[in-house]
Write a protein that binds this ligand. Structure first.
Ligand SMILES: Cc1cc2nc3c(=O)[nH]c(=O)nc-3n(C[C@H](O)[C@H](O)[C@H](O)COP(=O)(O)O)c2cc1C
Length: 360
């Protein structure tokens, strides 16, 4: 199966299925001499794992990684880094009963039609569990970016869940440590509580909800992005849209810019730089030094206990109620995954820019 590799200069290949023995990533192109440890990577992985509360799956994804190669005495060697995470709390029993039935909103039907077979246990390769490998690679990318870029910051927060959201927020007031201390990664406590109620309401109706995650990268140097097909926006879009459940990506003012006049949408300049940042830090596919601001739309989790209509692999009409341990909402578990894909993409472009003359 193609399509498991992402990036050109900082290249990641993820492998493994949800209910297989393990999942992992091979990173090629990481500079030598970067201090990394399993503990640091595990810290990032712990942000992706389900919380022990009613807003999350009861699956215990106590992920702990093994660095198999590419590091010696705590430093990267410049050789391929292989990171593996064992699958521990695997229970495939609930999938046995529905193994011939296509779950609505899941990749069962498309995988079956494409390959003629698929691993029905937990979605196999299409599972959200695949993203553990991305977060491990993102932890390494984040480390390199912190070394390479003075003042580099990358964080995300939950902007909306099930239609309940934050309308306006000052990015300068946000710090990652504070955001992640909220169980839904929402910087507004009152709204976080309303979001939690919305998730629970859906859960008790056998439903699930989606939402919007906003990602911000600060102090990204000017000049990253390769016109025309490898624009920074195009690559960030690809990286984020490759995450399961992500159905839309917008930058800066995004879709709302289409409603404005040119003078309202343009970021005018004075001798101090840009007066506004409606473009989201990228113009002509190249970073302009402003904050990179991205929002992703996350669809509701497809596995719901409410009865739905579908077909089986013989084409017979069936109905399905999905049992098992599922998140009622992919947010906030998806937030560190979004950050990881942004870190990997920015680092890929930074290394590319260095190869053609560096940073001005
Ligand atoms: C971090 C994360 C966790 C997820 N958890 C679940 C889950 O518990 N149950 C589920 O049905 N889908 C879950 N998903 C979503 C599915 O993986 C995804 O919607 C499905 O594979 C179909 O792919 P698509 O939404 O990209 O079309 C999760 C996704 C992510 C990124």
């Amino acid at each position: 199966m193609g399509g498991n590799t992402y990036g050109r200069f900082f290249k990641i290949t993820t492998w493994g299925e949800s209910h297989g023995k393990a999942l992992g990533v091979v990173i090629d192109g990481c500079p030598p001499g970067v201090i990394i440890s399993e503990e640091e990577i595990n810290k990032e992985l712990s942000l992706r794992k389900p919380k022990i509360d009613e807003l999350s799956t009861s699956r215990k994804e106590e992920d702990s990684c093994n660095i198999l190669s590419g590091a010696f005495e705590g430093k990267t060697l410049g050789t391929p880094i292989s990171i593996m995470v064992n699958n521990r709390d695997v229970d495939s029993s609930s999938y046995e009963k529905i193994k011939d039935v296509f779950r609505p909103g899941h990749a069962d039907y498309t995988y079956f039609k494409k390959y003629g077979l698929y691993d029905h246990r937990g979605g196999g390769r299409a599972s959200g569990r695949e993203t553990v490998a991305r977060v491990a690679a993102g932890a390494v990318a984040r480390k390199v970016l912190k070394n390479e870029i003075k003042g580099f910051e990358l964080f995300s927060f939950t902007k909306e869940i099930g239609g309940i959201g934050i309308s306006k927020i000052d990015h300068n007031s946000l710090k990652r440590e504070k955001i992640v201390s909220d169980r839904l990664w929402c910087p507004d406590k009152k709204i976080s509580e309303q979001m939690a109620q919305q998730i629970l309401k859906a859960k008790y109706q056998g439903e699930s909800v989606g939402g919007i995650v906003e990602i911000v990268a600060k102090n990204v140097p000017i000049g990253l992005g390769e016109p025309v097909f490898d624009k920074l926006e195009a690559d960030l879009g690809k990286g984020l849209l490759s995450i399961g459940a992500v159905k839309g990506v917008e930058f800066g003012g995004g879709f709302n810019l289409s409603k404005l006049f040119g003078s309202e949408s343009n970021d005018q300049m004075n001798s101090n730089g840009f007066v506004t940042n409606r473009t989201g830090g990228i113009v002509g596919g190249i970073s302009n030094g402003e904050d990179i601001v991205i929002r992703v739309a996350v669809k509701p989790i497809p596995s719901i206990s409410k009865e739905q209509k579908t077909i089986d692999n013989k084409g017979n009409e069936r109905s399905i109620k999905i049992e098992g341990r599922h998140d009622p909402c992919a947010i906030p578990r998806i937030n560190p995954v979004c950050e990881a894909m942004v870190a990997i993409t920015i680092l890929d472009h930074l290394l590319m820019q260095k190869s053609i003359g560096g940073i001005r």
